[in-house]
Design a binder for this molecule. Structure first.
Ligand code: AMP
Length: 193
């Protein structure tokens, strides 16, 4: 049961990903977390990645794809997982489709959490992470619009996209997600039909 989370920085994607994973009983796999872990190892690659992440830009597709493929091949992801932060470019999405096909791991749903830019900006500034100053927030939002937003149409055309209003309390947003999920057959139910 693979779930992909889409949504701009500040939309509440991380919080909701954790809740969905718990609800479905599968791991939460955040590429941001995995990359931050990689940065802690003082390798040359780790330092390069850290520099890119600090700037608000995206790290190379091939690197993230490799990390995700390795993570999904571990036993705890056999039943599926909630992918938070991946794919983030059309190239990643297309490569991942090929991987999912080849490994018989179909994407179940793509949950896109939407919020307006003003709300996103306020939330990101409030969060007060050291890397979240105004310029970097702008860069992260710009990268999202430029590189990740096209994935919305991509998954819409495949019939797997579900759009969720990200405004309001996290509990309310999660209720919206649950209502949406409840209406969709699980992969096992889909196979029986
Ligand atoms: P996040 O915690 O999801 O906001 O990710 C933090 C940073 O990690 C991003 O700003 C990117 O630099 C990098 N990153 C995370 N996921 C990806 C991805 N799928 N492709 C490229 N870069 C990524």
């Amino acid at each position: 049961m693979l779930v992909i989370m889409l949504g701009p920085p500040g939309a509440g994607k991380g919080t909701q990903s954790v809740r969905i994973a718990e609800f479905l009983g599968v791991p939460h796999c955040s590429t941001g977390d995995m990359l931050r872990d990689a940065c802690k190892q003082q390798t040359e690659l780790g330092q390069k990645v850290a520099e890119t992440m600090r700037s608000g830009r995206l790290v190379p597709d091939s690197l993230v794809e490799q990390i995700v493929a390795e993570r999904l091949s571990t036993p705890d992801c056999r039943k599926g997982c909630v992918l938070d932060g991946f794919p983030r470019t059309l190239q990643q999405a297309k490569d991942f489709d090929r991987w999912a096909d080849a490994n018989s791991r179909p994407i179940w749903i793509v949950v896109e959490i939407q919020a307006d830019e003003e709300t996103l900006f306020e939330r990101l500034l409030d969060r007060g992470r050291h890397d979240d100053d105004r310029e970097i927030i702008h860069e992260r939002l710009r990268q999202y619009e430029l590189l990740t937003l096209p994935l919305s149409n991509y998954y819409q055309s495949r019939g797997v996209l579900r759009v969720i209003d990200g405004l309001g309390h996290p509990d309310e947003v999660f209720e919206r997600i649950k209502t949406t999920i409840d209406k969709i057959d699980t992969p096992a139910q889909q196979q029986k039909k």
